[in-house]
Design a protein around this ligand. Structure first.
Ligand code: ZN
Ligand code: ZN
Ligand code: ZN
Ligand code: ZN
Length: 352
């Protein structure tokens, strides 16, 4: 991720909505692809504060009304209305019930992670869109909470509708509970995970979308050679075995996580998510002018891995210095790098 500049000269960040130095509102300008100073104009509109752009902008509905977004929509030159939702919020199909206290704050955290996800997909030029954009597998987000019906009468049982974080045919569902910091950390400890983050969930689930879009019926033999046979055992059988017997022994040699041992689809999703982690860290290091980074959109995989590993040593020690968990917990051994090479080639081919 880059940093951006307010007109006053202050450095501002991807998530910001206001400059702390000059109090100007900020927003993402889709024309110049920047977090920019929003200069008020007539009719509740704004001008992009970037002098080489000055586009007329309107805040996304989720920015202006809900305060969970910081992106703007371009106001067309003719008298037609700008889009109601920004280029990232247009993929939301279901948002949480905002009458429930606390849901707005948790939704805001999901949106912040979603914007980071889509920024990385844009950086890598990975295809995604809605059905009207003509993409083969339209993307949609459902952000939902578990529904617990309280018993009203003594004979009525308490009923629960559980929401499962997952992917189905382009639709990514995230359980709102994952935005509850305490609940998420409890799950991380229970499942013995090195990390459990909202952005990590998005990266994992979008990987399933790309498997369906870029691998299924296109390069399944090559996938099998890299990740194993996804048809035998079936996903259901593999899942049952995983929950009965736990992960494969000594999984660290061949897999980025214990969960990846469940089935080749989960191995692909975990490996793809790790690849997106790596791209995001390298891209940030590149823009922060940290020595030893590389451009993750053009570099070869061995260089990317080498730089990520050496950055990881530094970043892990930094985190340990502050009493935090390791930033780069994975040990990228050759069998894992071989699978990352498959992901790398898939991503680069999709970008062209
Ligand atoms: Zn400022
Ligand atoms: Zn602009
Ligand atoms: Zn938006
Ligand atoms: Zn999965």
């Amino acid at each position: 991720m880059k940093t951006f500049g307010c007109r006053c000269g202050n450095t501002v960040f991807f998530e910001n909505t206001k400059c702390v130095a000059c109090d100007h509102e900020l927003g993402w300008c889709p024309a110049c692809q920047n977090v920019t100073t929003l200069l008020p104009a007539d009719g509740g509109r704004f001008h992009c504060g970037n002098d080489s752009c000055t586009s007329v902008l309107a805040k996304c509905h989720n920015y202006a009304v809900e305060h969970v977004c910081n992106r703007c929509c371009l106001v067309p030159d003719d008298s037609s209305k700008p889009a109601e939702f920004c280029d990232y919020c247009r993929f939301n199909d279901t948002i949480p019930d905002l009458s429930v206290p606390g849901n707005k704050e948790m939704w805001q955290r999901l949106e912040a992670a979603k914007r980071r996800l889509l920024y990385t997909l844009d950086l890598l030029k990975l295809p995604y869109g809605k059905s009207e954009d003509g993409v083969p597998l339209p993307l949609a987000f459902d952000f939902k909470a578990d529904v617990v019906h309280k018993r009203k009468w003594w004979w009525a049982m308490g009923k629960e509708e559980r929401v499962y974080t997952g992917h189905a045919d382009g639709r990514i569902t995230i359980n709102l509970r994952e935005a509850d910091t305490v609940e998420r950390e409890k799950s991380r400890v229970f499942f013995q995970e090195a990390h459990r983050t909202i952005i990590g969930h998005f990266r994992h689930e979008v990987a399933h979308l790309y498997w369906q879009m870029l691998v299924q019926g296109i390069c399944e033999p090559e996938f099998k050679a890299a990740f194993g046979d996804h048809e035998n055992p079936t996903y259901a059988d593999a899942q049952q075995r995983y929950y009965e017997e736990g992960p494969k022994k000594d999984w660290q040699v061949n897999y980025v996580s214990a969960y990846a041992t469940m089935h080749p689809w989960e191995d692909f999703a975990e490996t793809f998510a790790t690849y997106l982690d790596m791209v995001s860290v390298l891209d940030t290091a590149l823009h922060m002018r940290v020595a030893e980074s590389c451009d993750p959109t053009t570099a070869d995989l061995p260089i990317m891995v080498e730089r990520y590993v050496s950055l990881g040593i530094v970043l892990n020690e930094m985190n340990r210095a502050m009493g935090l968990i390791d930033l780069v917990p994975e040990i990228l051994l050759p069998p894992i790098i071989a699978k990352m090479q498959f992901v790398h080639e898939l991503v680069r081919a999709a970008a062209n």
